[in-house]
Write a protein that binds this ligand. Structure first.
Ligand SMILES: [Fe+2]
Length: 496
């Protein structure tokens, strides 16, 4: 991937091609299929991404702040029963659509139409996002129930990358907020949907932490050099003055509860008018923190690493006294620009020796790739296979285009590649096991693939062993390039 330039008023890399938003919500039933949908699939595939509603000023647009829109399919009995796309109804989106806000709490963080991930937990479907913004609960049909604060147990925002422990069903998360001061919060939510464990982790600065990692006995904290930068805050003079004063405070101290409450309530009363306030800081030491599960902040052990930024974990696991972490790694991010990706990410492995304190870093693959996924039955455990999306090299001023899917065999140190034809762009692919006892790659991969020639997308289902297509479900629209999705089995949610 090449260095990106700043967006201009005429064109914005995340508002053109298949990064451009769609302008309507669609419900389509009984979708046409090429191939055969495996009978074991009974549930929904739901993916989310930024899809700004209404008129957009390209000079001000930031991809990470685009209004969240879900795209979902209900699959059962070898049929694609429906496709729906829906904006998440924050208070502001509801107002702009001329609707009544479905409801919720204002103590769960900034009111924002979550755009980063869709998960199932405690029988609920949740749209989630980072940066101090609230999670939103959705119905099985992707309508918005309201903002969600884990039954009153979470205050001040969640994360786009919580992790379900496959053995316990508990949901682990690390959250940060521009109002949170120099710290992040580690939480565990039980299968009852209530947070039952909280550890506040002090840091040297107010750090952006998009993801983290979990092993059988440890939590890995990413303290990397993208931090709150007051110069990036606000656009109007009033916002700049207020934002900079608050930003200076929040970089060193948590903002007092009374002010946080006021800001969260205020965020639901007006359209957001802020910029993403985190930037690369080369003076910030990059390090991983290893926290024993159930431990306190005093039990954290820090391991310095070479400066980089990690958006997503592939997996982490333990090998005796060594904690191993695998992830795509960007040399920098947000380096003096409002665009997140400055350079190409490579797939790396870090080995952290808990006895000696030594760190070893090795490169798994130097091709540009992101959106790492595994068979999540092995989350936190040693695993063999990983799946990532490969990107082309962008021309200057353009954004990278997803081009292919990689399957990594991390034991044999080999990889397979599959493409989807000229002019196509795949999104993240998720693994679904053929049955609960199936082998690690015995199942399917599914993800959206955009076809530029038809200007539509398919949900493509691949055999995870061979990467051969077994089914293509043809959608009536395109699905803009976005963020993350998951397969949600029918039994994982309960209509309330
Ligand atoms: Fe992400």
């Amino acid at each position: 991937m090449a260095l990106q330039t700043h967006p201009t008023v005429d064109a914005h890399p995340y508002l053109t091609g298949n990064y451009a938003p769609v302008d309507r919500e669609i419900t389509e039933t009984d979708l046409p299929v090429t191939g055969r949908i495996p009978d074991f699939l009974d549930g929904r595939y739901v993916r989310i991404g930024p899809n700004p509603l209404g008129t957009i000023d390209p000079a001000r647009y930031e991809w990470f702040l685009g209004d969240g829109m879900t795209h979902g399919l209900r699959i059962s009995g070898g049929r694609a029963l429906w496709y729906r796309n829906r904006w998440v109804r924050s208070a502001d989106i509801s107002r702009r659509l001329g609707e009544r806000w479905p409801g919720g709490t204002h103590r769960a963080g900034f009111d924002f139409p979550a755009n980063t991930n869709v998960i199932a937990h405690a029988g609920r479907t949740l749209a989630v996002v980072e940066g101090g913004a609230t999670a939103y609960e959705l119905t099985d049909d992707l309508d918005t129930v309201g903002s969600f604060d884990f039954c009153g147990t979470l205050r001040g925002g969640y994360t786009g990358h919580p992790k379900t422990d496959p053995k316990t069903g508990e949901l682990h998360a690390i959250s940060y907020s521009p109002l949170g001061g120099p710290a992040v919060r580690y939480t565990v939510a039980g299968v009852d949907g209530r947070i039952n464990h909280v550890v506040d982790i002090p840091l040297p600065d107010n750090t952006m932490m998009h993801d983290f990692a979990l092993t059988e006995h440890h939590v890995i904290v990413f303290d990397l050099p993208v931090v709150l930068n007051v110069r990036a805050l606000g656009s109007s003079l009033a916002h700049k003055l207020a934002g900079r004063a608050l930003g200076r405070l929040a970089r060193r101290h948590p903002v007092p509860d009374m002010i946080s409450d006021m800001l969260w309530r205020g965020s639901a009363r007006m359209s957001p008018d802020v910029n993403w306030p985190y930037r690369w800081d080369q003076n910030h030491e990059a390090r991983f923190g290893v926290l024993p599960r159930g431990g306190s902040a005093a039990d954290l052990r820090w391991f310095s690493i070479d400066g980089c930024f990690i958006y997503h974990t592939l997996n982490a696991y333990e090998n005796g006294n060594v904690v191993v972490l695998e992830a795509p790694c960007f040399p920098t991010s947000y380096e003096g620009s409002s665009l997140p990706f400055d350079a190409s990410p490579t797939l790396e492995r870090w080995s952290l020796d808990l006895h000696t304190g030594a760190v070893r870093q090795e490169r798994i693959d130097d091709r540009g790739q992101e959106f790492p996924r595994i068979d999540e039955r092995l989350l936190g455990q040693p695993h063999r296979f990983g799946y990532t999306v490969g990107f082309d090299a962008a021309a200057v001023g353009e954004v990278e285009r997803p081009q292919m899917l990689f399957k990594h065999d991390l034991v044999q140190q080999t990889s397979q590649t599959t493409g989807f034809g000229p002019g196509t762009q795949p999104g993240e692919f998720v693994f679904v096991a053929g049955d609960p006892e199936a082998a690690e790659d015995d199942g399917v991969l599914m993800g959206f693939v955009y076809d530029g020639s038809s200007n539509r997308s398919d949900l493509v289902i691949l055999d995870a062993t061979t990467l051969e297509a077994v089914a293509r479900i043809h959608l009536p629209t395109r699905v803009p390039n976005g963020f993350h999705g998951n397969w949600i089995p029918a039994e994982a949610t309960v209509e309330r």
